[in-house]
Design a protein around this ligand. Structure first.
Ligand code: PLP
Length: 406
């Protein structure tokens, strides 16, 4: 079906929640996407950070095909192959930065998306507050954060423009300035501070424009929460699975240990899967019946996730992301109009001196380059982690030419 016909059908039969770009992709391989007219594009956004190991990764595709031919789904009343193994792998990755050998295991609930992972994290923190903190239920999040579009994850998402139309949102969410420890402590020391059960943060805010927590801030948040027995939830939905290079998770760069971590995106290489993992006894707060999902942890999603994580390990992605991310940063710095680069590894944003980011994205698409912008002057790069300097060397001249004439 042609792009025009597809556009008409979506116009007539879909809810209009997106302003889509005028292109219809039909296949992908590695970092290359192909549209319905046979034109190819370099993908520097990877399904919003989800296609971590590239399109049609041979091992992931094989695992999905084999699993699909055997068993798709039976629901969570039963055991299936691979789910316990996947949860064990997550525990090992979450403890990867520890060298003390007595790492406490993490236990995981599988969901289908990042928002759902955060819903699980919020419910678990509230349960912990009810059992251990006299019913404390308030959750503090950071301004400009993004935690999802379901009602509770939207209440945690401190972006008024996204919340306004859907009020009343679930109660019990407070928002503070990022990287301002005094603001957080003031909130914790309110007369009603006993009501706080958790703080939720992204180590690097993704949708909010790639805004990193400072080292001092995140370490202070950990100390302040730990001292009060308040849980620290780290949302690794976008930053997780080597996106920031070197370590599997961004929190590991900060030398802290959260209590709960939410995961999704890169875990399934494009197959929908989310997860909420809790460290040690925090996980004991959930009992059978407290939380659930029909599709969460399906045989197909689990097979894709196991293959994705194994591929990351076998292909030495941790180191590659450090090296290629540094090269990308270095090359972006040389471009016209660039005033600042933020982020880490292969999660980078470029701040432009003019509000032309939307125009740049559209011009790039016209020249076979898929990037995105998180604001009027902010370009974002989230390529598959298999990205090499070759693709960067193809991208930079295109960007250079576009930015030079704006
Ligand atoms: C940090 C973060 N948390 C949560 C979400 C929501 O994930 P999903 O769109 O899979 O529900 C996103 C999505 O961009 C995200 O970046």
């Amino acid at each position: 079906m042609s792009l025009a016909d597809q556009q008409q059908l979506e116009q007539d039969y879909m809810l209009h929640t997106y302003r889509r770009k005028p292109v219809q992709f039909i296949s992908g391989s590695g970092m290359t996407l192909t549209d319905d007219e046979g034109s190819t594009y370099l993908d520097f956004i990877a399904g919003i950070g989800a296609v971590s190991m590239g399109h049609d990764h041979p091992a992931v595709t094989r695992a999905i095909q084999e699993q699909a031919a055997r068993l798709l789904h039976v629901g969570n009343y039963f055991y299936i192959e691979g789910r316990g193994e996947l949860a064990q792998k997550l525990s090992q990755l979450l403890n990867a930065a520890r060298s003390d050998g007595d790492a406490v295991p993490w236990r995981t609930f599988f969901a289908n998306s990042g928002a759902e992972a955060n819903e699980g994290a919020i419910k678990l923190a509230r349960r912990h507050g009810a059992l251990n903190l006299g019913g404390a239920h308030t959750i503090i999040s950071a301004k400009r954060s993004f935690h999802g579009r379901t009602l509770a994850s939207l209440a945690a998402t401190a972006q008024p423009s996204k919340q306004e139309a859907f009020k009343p949102l679930p109660a019990g969410f407070v928002h503070v300035e990022l990287n301002d420890i005094a603001a957080l402590v003031a909130e914790l020391e309110q007369p009603s501070a006993g009501a706080v059960c958790a703080v939720i943060l992204e180590c690097i805010q993704g949708e909010g424009g790639v805004n990193p927590c400072s080292l001092e801030y995140l370490q202070a948040v950990r100390t302040q929460t730990q001292d009060r027995n308040i849980l620290l939830i780290i949302d690794e939905v976008q930053t997780g699975f080597y996106r920031t290079g070197g370590q599997p998770f961004a929190f590991q760069h900060y030398g802290i240990m959260p209590d709960i971590v939410s995961l999704a995106k890169g875990l399934g290489n494009g197959m929908p899967i989310g997860a909420v993992s809790a460290r040690g006894e925090v996980g004991d707060c959930f009992e059978p019946g407290d939380h659930g999902s029909t599709f969460g942890g399906s045989a197909l999603a689990v097979a894709a996730a196991n293959a994705t994580i194994d591929a990351m390990t076998h292909q030495g992605i941790a180191q590659q992301v450090i090296e290629v991310g540094a090269y990308l940063q270095q090359e972006l710095e040389k471009l016209p109009l660039v005033t600042e680069i933020r982020g880490r590894g292969l999660m980078l944003a470029v701040e432009l001196s003019k509000p032309v980011a939307g125009q740049v994205v559209d011009a790039c698409l016209g020249q076979g380059l898929v990037i995105n912008n998180t604001g009027p002057s902010t370009l974002r790069f989230l390529p598959p982690l298999i990205c090499t300097t070759t693709e960067i060397d193809l991208m930079i001249p295109v960007l250079h030419d576009i930015l030079s004439v704006l």
